[in-house]
Structure formats: C-alpha cells, structure tokens
Ligand binder design. Sequence first.
Ligand SMILES: NC(=O)C1=CN([C@@H]2O[C@H](COP(=O)(O)OP(=O)(O)OC[C@H]3O[C@@H](n4cnc5c(N)ncnc54)[C@H](OP(=O)(O)O)[C@@H]3O)[C@@H](O)[C@H]2O)C=CC1
Ligand SMILES: O=C1OC[C@@H](O)[C@H](O)[C@H]1O
Length: 367
Amino acid sequence: MSSPFTCKWGILATGGIAATFTKDLLVDPSTRNVSDVSHQVVAAASSTSAERARHFLADVGADPARCRAYGSYEELVRDPEIDIIYVATPHSHHYENTLLCLEAGKNVCCEKPFTINAKQAAHLAKVARQRGLFLMEAVWIRFFPVVVEIQRLLHHDRVLGKIHRVFSDLSIAFKPDPNHRLFNPDLGGGALLDLGIYALTWQMLVLYQHPDNARAQPRVHGSIVKTPLTGVDELTTVALNFDQMGAQGIATTNMTVKSSPHYVVLVQGEKGELSVPFPTYRPESYTLRLRDAEGELGEPQTKTFPIPGHGMFWEADACARALRDGKNEADRCTLDESLLTMAIMDEVRYSNDFRYPDSIESVRDDA
Ligand SMILES: NC(=O)C1=CN([C@@H]2O[C@H](COP(=O)(O)OP(=O)(O)OC[C@H]3O[C@@H](n4cnc5c(N)ncnc54)[C@H](OP(=O)(O)O)[C@@H]3O)[C@@H](O)[C@H]2O)C=CC1
Ligand SMILES: O=C1OC[C@@H](O)[C@H](O)[C@H]1O
C-alpha cells in the first residue's frame, strides 16, 4: 500500500473554530476509515501576539517541536513549509486575509461565509484562478457522509420521486451582545451570513444540485427583520423558486429562537418525506418516511452516521486530495456555488436595505 499524502497546514487566527478545526486535523484519519491522506499542523498565527499563537498550538495538542507560532498573519503566509492556510477570522476579514494568502502564493480554505458579498468572492476566485492556486470556502457540511448519502437517495435513487419543496432552517438563540461578532456589523454579523448560509446550503445540495434542475439559478425573494440592538439581520427568510423542476425552497434563520429539534431540514416529495434533525450545521442522521398505497406516510426509518471527532476533517481531507491531485477546487464545494450562494445573500440583503459598512463591503481597486 502506498503511503498517504500528507497535507501541511497553517492556521490563520486562534479563535473558537480555529481550535476546533485544528483539533480535527490531529484526529487519526483511520478512525474515519481514511488512509490516502493525512494532515500535519506546521504553523499558526495570531494577529494579537506570537505568545497567543504558541498557547493555541499547545491547547489544541499540536507537536511544539514541529510547529511555528507567529505574531502576525504576514509572517504566516511567508512560511515555505505550508501547503494550505485555513482562514478562521470573522466574516469582515475573510476577503483581505484570503487575498493576503493568495498573493503570497498559498492555497486557501476559508471559513464560511466566503466573503461579505459576491463581488469580493468573485475577486478571490479570479486571483486564485490566475495564480493556479486551490481555493475553497469551508462549508464543512458538504463533505459529511450523511449528506453524500442523502444526495444519492434523492438524486440518483429518487426515493421521493419528484421533489416539491424543501424547508431548511438554522436558528440559534444567542444572548444579545453588541460586541459579539454575531451582532457586530463591523465584523459582518447577522443571522444570514453566519447561520442562514447553512439553510441555503441545504437548498443548494438538495434542489440546486438536483439533476432535474441542471444547475439553473433560482429566483430569490428574501425578507429580513433587523435587530434594534445593532441593525444586523436577526430574523431572515428566503424563498427560492427552482422553476426548471417546479420546486420551491424555503430557507429560514434567526438568532433569537432555536430551531425546532426534529424537522430542521424537511424534503417533501411525491413518494414521501426526508428530514434531518438539529443541528443542520453538523448533521448526524436522516429520517425517511415513504407513503403507502393509500398515500399515508409510513413508519420512520432513521439512519445515523457516527462522527469520530467534530466532523471538520472531511472537508480537510477534500482539500488534501485536491492538492495531491493538482486540482484547484474541491468537487463538492466549487467556487461557482460559493459565488452563487454569496449572490443569493446579496440579493436578500440589498433588497431589504441591509448593507454592511462600506469599509467591509468594498473591493480593492484591482478587483
Ligand atoms: N464551520 C463552523 O462550524 C463554524 C464556523 N465559524 C466561522 O469561523 C469564523 C470565525 O468564527 P469564530 O472562531 O467563532 O470567531 P472567534 O471570535 O472565536 O475568533 C476569531 C479570531 O479571528 C481573529 N481576529 C482577527 N481580527 C479580528 C477582529 N477584528 N475581531 C475579532 N477577531 C479577530 C482573532 O484571532 P487572533 O487574535 O489570533 O488573530 C480571533 O480569535 C467565522 O467566519 C465563522 O462564521 C464559526 C463557528 C463555527
Ligand atoms: O458556523 C457556525 O455554526 C455553529 C454556530 O454556533 C456558529 O455561530 C456558526 O458560525
């Protein structure tokens, strides 16, 4: 058996999800039956201090003898050993931080949402393509085995027959705090960009990618209620009409009331229903209920997929395989779909008169 391709990671930022992702990189791939790729953490950087980066590496359990700790992102992107950088800053910073990496010749996996708006995302895609670099938005659910199986059931096996509509929600009750990144407009806060992107991703996975849709773009209508606290969107609903296949998607999100536990994603088709419970940002199971001869929904059949860690390693494996194979995009998370998702969120925000400060909506002059 040939030895696995080892992907060498640099971690840009040391907050909550950077720690979770890095710990997942250190999980033994054999626990998820992966033997063709593996991961090594070779550096981390904090914009605060090198000391903070050192603590981060120690906290996540990285081998201090094999890692470097930097006190600036600029130093990180110059590290010659790094194959790919994981960008884990707040939304407001993704565009500039990813550009910094790409311009230094580094491949990038950038946290969701890709950027603040579609113009910024298009600029990143242009730079990556011009330079022949790998670039991916870290929409980790796209790589979960449960998601792969749901798509096979709906798209290939067509267990529900024609799909009529899809409800998808991700709502979490956060304590209102004007300084938290979720509420702070200067950091790109708001339900849509942080949580709604998952509800929209389920629509992309089920309806947009359905063979009957043939990648036709949906018509989009959005409705937003802003929080009086800071003016970012607090309650947001998006209706997506997939005219090609005569189906409708309803994606909802909010930062005040938690999603109902059982039917967070609900796909309704002519032959029955498929549902995915909370949390849709870390899906672990699905339930299928098929109609009997009388048209009544039958007994629920649930299938659960164990997650041997947090579940972020599957997207990391996809990045590693793309680098190994000389590809600049991951098949399950393409730049075109990230651009379309950003364009849908732009449409919802701008049609509801919700813009972030110019300082974070802008693109560089050379975009
Ligand atoms: N996939 C998933 O499940 C999740 C994804 N996310 C995404 O990850 C990203 C980061 O979220 P999260 O880790 O929760 O955020 P945190 O606030 O915990 O961490 C963000 C980090 O970014 C760095 N940073 C740089 N500039 C700033 C700034 N001006 N203000 C605050 N932080 C700054 C800091 O690291 P330093 O000081 O070291 O530079 C900070 O620790 C977001 O895009 C979010 O949407 C978040 C949670 C879950
Ligand atoms: O991606 C995310 O998923 C989980 C949420 O708690 C978090 O706010 C969000 O960024």
